[in-house]
Design a protein. Structure first.
Length: 322
DNA sequence: ATCGCTTGACCGGAAGT
DNA sequence: ACTTCCGGTCAAGCGAT
């Protein structure tokens, strides 16, 4: 996050018009008795000065809070980057032997293979590239909690045990989206091809099924569905690990309605190029890329007017009204 | 012509009896 | 063991480019 940006934002001044003219606009002529004015002026100036001091104090306190918030964020960001680097190194070492399986290969075997790979290879949490106008939070599902969400079956039965195995490589992404937006598109920086849609039992909103279309050998799938409780929230459930680096940024910003697929068509990445990229991409670059994603998330958050409004209201709730 | 999306059909696993 | 239910996937048809 850009600390300077946050500190320097005039919109964070909470709209307080400190020391500004009150009542009559400047230049307005007021015809009143001079004595009355002078005595009243003194009181008014004192009151204004007191208020100015109070507001200034308040402003300083808020700035301190903001600085503390930014510091904590930077600290967390550092930790996240470190964890991602470690997880990514692990990921790289365990996926090098994975070859491209043909689409017609028996699904059962592919599933068991990928499950086996996953058990050896706990996936790093997927993070969202900040799509403008949206903010997202990424959550890696812990096995114990994986099936206690509205999107899953109740927490009993054999299915839970099966899911516990799966959950080790399942992560969730919660994306705030306009309820009027019927597209179940979560822009996470990767390219997806939709292969199915289904209305599930526990949620009237349809669930869309996507698979990664950037690399033919990539087995990652994702399900996107509106939250049953909050229609403004899209829940993306990722299944598996990408065996390739995220597409370049210029490809991520597709122009069409379905930007993910459009990006594929606009500049399809040849397999050779992908392999070269995989070999050449140093760990440092990948860490930097993930760091960028985190920064984009944060930037999206701070630029979101709704978030700002919520922050302001939350802060102002702690300020005693004069 | 090519590609992705839509949607009904199908499959397979889990639950119920 | 059989039936039912349901999530996940396939694939034909269609529209967009």
């Amino acid at each position: 996050m850009d600390e300077q940006w946050m500190i320097g934002q005039t919109s964070l001044s909470l709209g307080l018009n400190v020391g500004g003219p009150r009542g009559a606009p400047p230049g307005t002529r007021v015809l009143v008795e001079e004595d009355f004015m002078s005595s009243k002026k003194n009181h008014e100036v004192e009151a204004l000065e007191a208020e100015l001091r109070r507001v200034g104090e308040e402003n300083r306190r808020l700035s301190d809070m903001l600085r503390a918030l930014v510091a904590k964020y930077a600290d967390l960001q550092g930790k996240v980057s470190g964890m991602m680097a470690v997880a990514n190194n692990h990921h790289q070492s365990s996926t090098t032997s994975e070859g491209g399986s043909s689409a017609s290969a028996t699904r059962k075997r592919a599933r068991s293979d990928s499950l086996d790979t996953a058990s050896r290879n706990p996936s790093p949490p997927l993070t969202a590239a900040g799509a403008s106008g949206r903010f997202a939070v990424s959550v890696t599902v812990v096995p114990d909690q994986a099936d206690c969400t509205p999107l899953h079956q109740p927490c009993n039965s054999k299915r839970v045990r099966a899911d516990e195995v799966k959950a080790s490589r399942v992560s969730k992404l919660y994306v705030h989206a306009d309820p009027s937006d019927i597209n179940l598109v979560v822009k996470d920086g990767y390219q997806w091809r939709k292969y199915g849609q289904k209305v599930t039992k526990d949620n009237p909103c349809p669930r869309a099924y996507f698979r990664c279309s950037f690399a033919p050998s990539c087995q990652v799938k994702k399900k996107v569905q509106r939250s049953a409780e909050d229609k403004t929230v899209l829940v993306a459930t990722y299944d598996g690990d990408h065996n390739h680096a995220p597409p370049p940024k210029q490809q991520r910003s597709g122009g069409r309605k379905s930007g993910d697929a459009a990006a594929v068509r606009a500049s399809p990445a040849p397999v050779i190029v992908q392999q070269q990229r995989k070999q050449e991409a140093s760990t440092a670059e990948q860490v930097a890329d993930r760091k960028n994603l985190v920064e984009q998330m944060a930037a999206t958050l701070t630029r979101d007017p709704g978030f700002k409004a919520a922050l302001v209201s939350a802060l102002s709730g702690r300020i005693p009204v004069a």
